[in-house]
Design a protein around this ligand. Structure first.
Ligand code: AMP
Length: 285
């Protein structure tokens, strides 16, 4: 087995050379793309990757272009030292930490057409976000050329869009969806959680508990009524403000207006807590 490789910053040329020697031996390569400040959610993706691939590559790159809010980018948690410690404990094989100029030797001007997939929810409230996500993900996939790449359902819209990207570009990679990992009180793990004050952190648990209640109430309330319920329930806490709560069809991400529509549905939410913005979602039926 390959020795652990940690390169910070890492040149694309170097990683391509290492990966070529691995592929020449018919070994499978899995990729876990992250923005660092690793937590249990990321570690679950790494575990899934380690379980089915000969070599696991974890990339850490805080992609500046996907932040439509400059302060969010500046304040985004970064802790490479601890990330490397966690990755080492997992015995990951390769950690890829590229610099910005390595990823973007020139400005990326590519546009993508995701139809309705990026018109609601994150796509609506974070203009340009998914275009930049698609740009960086396609670059990471073409640098690493993994057999499998792991993405969390926590960012459900991103997961659906990455699947569409891979189909549009005919990329030879399987996208593996991994379930949401939560804190003991239900809050979905997120790098941004560490930016919350103690009081905000306590309030944040209301997001997942409200989604769970919404699921319980889904056979008693119509969709419009349920959406109102969720908004009211969240906003009862003065620390929280819903940006959106949408119930969408899982494959096309179109908002659904009636439970009777025979499609799998997911409730997706974004909540502002002071200057921090958290997202979560729950599967309905
Ligand atoms: P990020 O570093 O936030 O860009 O996340 C990197 C990957 O980890 C993405 O595919 C996320 O969807 C996934 N992820 C983040 N948080 C969680 C979580 N709580 N459970 C499962 N996957 C997660």
């Amino acid at each position: 087995m390959l020795h652990n490789v940690e390169k910070n910053p890492c040149k694309i040329e170097e990683i391509r050379k290492i990966l070529k020697s691995i592929r020449d031996k018919d070994k499978t390569v899995g990729l876990v793309p992250t923005m660092g400040a690793l937590h249990g959610g990321h570690l679950s993706l790494i575990d899934a990757c380690l379980a089915t691939n000969d070599v696991t590559v974890v990339s850490i790159f805080v992609n500046p272009t996907q932040f439509n809010d400059k302060t969010d980018f500046e304040k985004y948690p970064r802790d490479i030292k601890n990330d490397l410690k966690l990755i080492r404990e997992k015995k990951c094989n390769i950690t890829f930490i590229p610099s910005e100029t390595e990823i973007y030797p020139e400005r990326d001007t590519r546009q993508f057409d995701f139809g309705l997939l990026d018109k609601y929810m994150e796509g609506k409230f974070r203009p340009g976000h998914f275009r930049s996500v698609a740009q960086v993900v396609s670059r990471l996939l073409s640098i690493i050329l993994p057999d499998n790449a792991y993405f969390g359902e926590k960012d459900f819209q991103q997961l659906v869009i990455v699947n569409s990207l891979v189909r549009q570009l005919n990329l030879p990679v399987n996208i593996i969806a991994c379930p949401i990992i939560r804190e003991p009180d239900g809050l979905a793990m997120s790098s941004r959680n560490q930016l919350l004050t103690a009081a905000q952190r306590k309030s944040a648990a209301r997001i997942s508990s409200t989604l769970l209640k919404a699921k319980e109430l889904s056979d008693k309330m119509e969709i419009t009524e349920l959406k109102e319920y969720v908004n009211n329930e969240i906003n009862l806490d003065p620390n929280l403000k819903t940006e959106y709560f949408e119930i969408v069809e899982e494959t096309g991400l179109n908002p659904v207006n009636s439970w009777s529509e025979n499609v799998s549905k997911r409730g997706c939410i974004a909540v502002r807590i002071g200057s921090i913005r958290l997202i979560d979602n729950i599967k309905f039926s």
